[in-house]
Design a protein around this ligand. Structure first.
Ligand SMILES: NC(=O)c1ccc[n+]([C@@H]2O[C@H](COP(=O)([O-])OP(=O)(O)OC[C@H]3O[C@@H](n4cnc5c(N)ncnc54)[C@H](OP(=O)(O)O)[C@@H]3O)[C@@H](O)[C@H]2O)c1
Length: 235
């Protein structure tokens, strides 16, 4: 189990900025050296090593809500709780526009933590879960952040998967992106990101980034996406 003192100093200071009026949004992705988050058969476990997993739990312990897409719930059935470090569980939020939530999804189990489902159509709600109703799927990233802010959540982690994180980046809805790269080549499989296509390298997103080599060799890219958000707003 990692101790906060083992961790690159000050990396979480920026998290203090969030408020319900303007939530701080951090996204994370753990990926192979060649930018994959799963094999073609969907195997995604053990790409990253222990320190990267500790880092993910450190983030969960510092946010008010963790958001995943329904694809991740169906593929991995994650708990989305804080287990590898000390800390409180964040609220669990699943973006599920077409109401595909499996009836026994672990992240929807009632352990006293708020559970919210973002939907565009009707479906059965797990006991004790709350619906966030969105009419227009294209408004999703910003509408989700607004709805979570309105419920008092000041810090939000967008934990995956690929489509969800990509849509938040394309919408310029991310303040910080943490990419945890493992020195491992999958050679094929699911790409970590699939952003809107560009024609020229000059159009690429180039965030200010700091890198940290974690104790067991994975590398953390801590990317400040705020400058991109401002460029997007001005365009
Ligand atoms: N390495 C990591 O850090 C990490 C973390 C989490 C997950 N994963 C992996 O990621 C994979 C799952 O990723 P994924 O891309 O298939 O699924 P995903 O991003 O978890 O979920 C995508 C689905 O969520 C809904 N959705 C989310 N954002 C949306 C938006 N802005 N607009 C419209 N719909 C939205 C859509 O549901 P509908 O299609 O039903 O409309 C979409 O198909 C799994 O293999 C999992 O293991 C990796």
């Amino acid at each position: 189990m990692a101790h906060p003192a083992d961790h690159p100093s000050n990396i979480f200071n920026c998290f203090l900025r969030g408020s319900p009026e303007e939530p701080f949004v951090v996204a994370q992705l753990g990926q192979s050296l060649d930018g994959r988050i799963a094999t073609l058969t969907g195997d995604s476990k053990h790409i990253n090593r222990a320190a990267a997993l500790d880092h993910l739990h450190q983030i969960r312990a510092r946010v008010d809500a963790v958001v995943v897409g329904i694809g991740t719930v169906i593929a991995d059935d994650p708990l989305l709780t804080v287990r590898r470090v000390a800390g409180r569980n964040p609220a669990r939020v699943v973006i599920d526009p077409r109401a595909r939530m499996p009836r026994d999804a672990k992240c929807m189990h009632d352990d006293g933590t708020p559970r919210l489902i973002v939907r565009c159509q009707n479906g059965a709600l797990p006991p004790g879960a709350e619906e966030i109703r969105i009419d227009d799927v294209s408004s999703l990233p910003h509408a989700v952040i607004r709805a979570l802010g309105a419920r008092g959540f000041a810090r939000i982690l967008v934990e995956g998967g690929a489509r969800t994180v990509s849509s938040f980046i394309d919408a310029r809805a991310i303040d910080r992106l943490h990419v945890l790269v493992a020195p491992l080549l999958l050679g094929s499989g699911k790409p970590a990101l699939d952003l809107k296509p560009i024609g020229a390298i000059s159009e690429a997103l180039r965030p200010d980034a700091r890198t940290y080599v974690l104790p067991d060799g994975d590398v953390l890219f801590d990317c400040d996406m705020r400058r991109l958000a401002h460029e997007g707003a001005a365009a």
